[in-house]
Design a protein around this ligand. Sequence first.
Ligand code: HEC
Ligand code: HEC
Length: 568
Amino acid sequence: MASSVRFSISIAGLAVAGILLASSPAPQSAAHPDGVLLDDGFAITNQTVIDRCSRCHEVDDGGRMSRISWLRKTPEGWQTSIRRMMALHGARLDQADAVEIVRYLANEQGLAPEELRPGMFEIERRSDDHDWDGDSDVEYTCIQCHSMGRVMTQRRTKDEWGLLIDTHRALYPLSDWQAFRYTGPASEQDDPRHPMERAINYLSDVYSLETAEWSAWAATKRPARLAGTWTISGHEPGKGPMYGTMTVTADPSDPDVFTTSTSYVFAESGEQVQRSGRSMVYTGYQWRGRSNPGGSDELREVMFLERDQQKMWGRWFRGDYDELGPDVSMTRASGGAVVAGVYPRALIPGSSTDVTIYGAGLSAAGDLDFGAGVTVGSAQTTNDGTLRVRLQVAADADMGGRDLFTSGTIAAGAIVIHDGVDRIAVTPGPTTSRVGGASFPKGYQTFDAWGYNDGPDGQPDTEDDLELGRVDASWHLEEYAATYGDDDIDFVGELRQDGTFVPAADGPNPERSGLRNNIGDVWVVATHGSGDAELSARAHLVVLPPLYMRWEPWAEIDTGRRPIGDGQ
Ligand code: HEC
Ligand code: HEC
């Protein structure tokens, strides 16, 4: 019922907003090569786009299609548009068509690497926000309902920025009241224009359809060549550093598709992980993969391939709980040696420690040079290709990071020599979690405690401080006393000893005064060491209501294995 009401509101709204499109079957044109920008719009040559979309999106004699030709988006952005076409406007597409259309549009009307870089956090589904150094009034207007990442990952003409705002008004009539009126910051007094008009003008300047970055990328882009072995160096909150390798194999039938076989180990616990998966690379550099598909441990992989095709970085996450999963960076290991990391990494003068060197192409016979004050015992190759070696640190070794030289490669800051943990810090800093479980998924948050040494100057918080990596900690919550008799700590949830905050259930709580929801704010406190040496640090955690408006129910385009629109 609710959905049919929404449907009729939106159609009426769209008519009022004047966004209706030509409905006559349009002439077809294939006279232009893919992705050619004609007079400010892209000629569309993919026959599936023309067949499936021209019923409503008119094709002009330059081969441009109304609306579609004046936009550039990420694969996720195009996917969202197509999902809306299906859900609200009755466009009918099968899975194969949807996959082909998203791929064509993301490749021919996508974002250049330098355009996407600042907005990657949106696609990596990071719960913590971004740095946006643009106009703060525009930001204020646009972040009422979603992150600025939504905006930063699109490019449009001025008309199209305007039409987008009309669509917001039509689909979400509340947007006028919530954000698009004169409710904004004080600087409006100096600028009499409507906040929306300002936003449109501003966005069409900074996120315009035609850019030097896109024309340069469009000229050189081609399928990425990724086959081979890559080393993995990652960090998963609550679990610490992870190292391993991924073998990437080309799919002979499709230059943008790869199969993967991945193995890695969590260095602290020794837990071994094996995965196999499949990925597609969009726009020549945007990796979208999925490993152990269908399993309870399935992970989605969102990575950014650097232009030299030697490095990829991004996030792997669960999808049902986007907030769970590691940050990952991968380096191509084409024949030569690559060091992914050393664990343990933080060593004390006068000590002797067995460390593991992770990476690919490492040889026990090659020399291992950790610099002054570090004596290297004989190295052994383990059966997973890592090296195990005993490092002896001289009692008078200088404090600081040491680069590792081995087999013709250098790993900067591979180990760090320090004389103890002087302070700890909790990551992420101030952050949020969301109650859930009854009608919405819980939004977890995982904390880590990091150790620091004050460095040679002996002063805390100065530039020579040494970061020592994740340290053991015990965890508890403390009240963040915002009001007299504040009792949030009794309701918001539980902090596990691995640093994971498990929020309480959503919905009104009969045990709480005023039947309040289990929301509130608390300190998350980590304690390291004991007695005189005890150190602690804390982070402010705000426990919010569930994310009622979830923009994108998970449906997949990445490998074409799942029906589009699932999970709705
Ligand atoms: C049954 C009619 C219909 C069909 C078929 C249709 N669309 Fe649309 N499309 C619309 C309407 C109406 C709008 C304007 C309202 C909106 O944006 O939802 C629109 C808007 C759009 C926009 C602009 C959204 C934005 O970013 O602001 C894109 C992109 C788009 N359509 C893509 C497609 C693609 C690709 C297809 C083919 C797979 C398609 N449409 C098929 C009706 C249709
Ligand atoms: C009242 C809440 C609200 C406000 C305020 C708002 N948005 Fe949105 N916006 C939404 C919703 C909901 C969606 C999801 C639409 C969907 O997924 O189909 C969305 C989607 C978008 C998209 C992706 C749409 C597409 O089809 O590609 C862009 C871009 C966007 N908003 C830009 C903006 C900008 C720019 C502003 C500020 C001028 C803004 N939004 C302010 C609610 C809002």
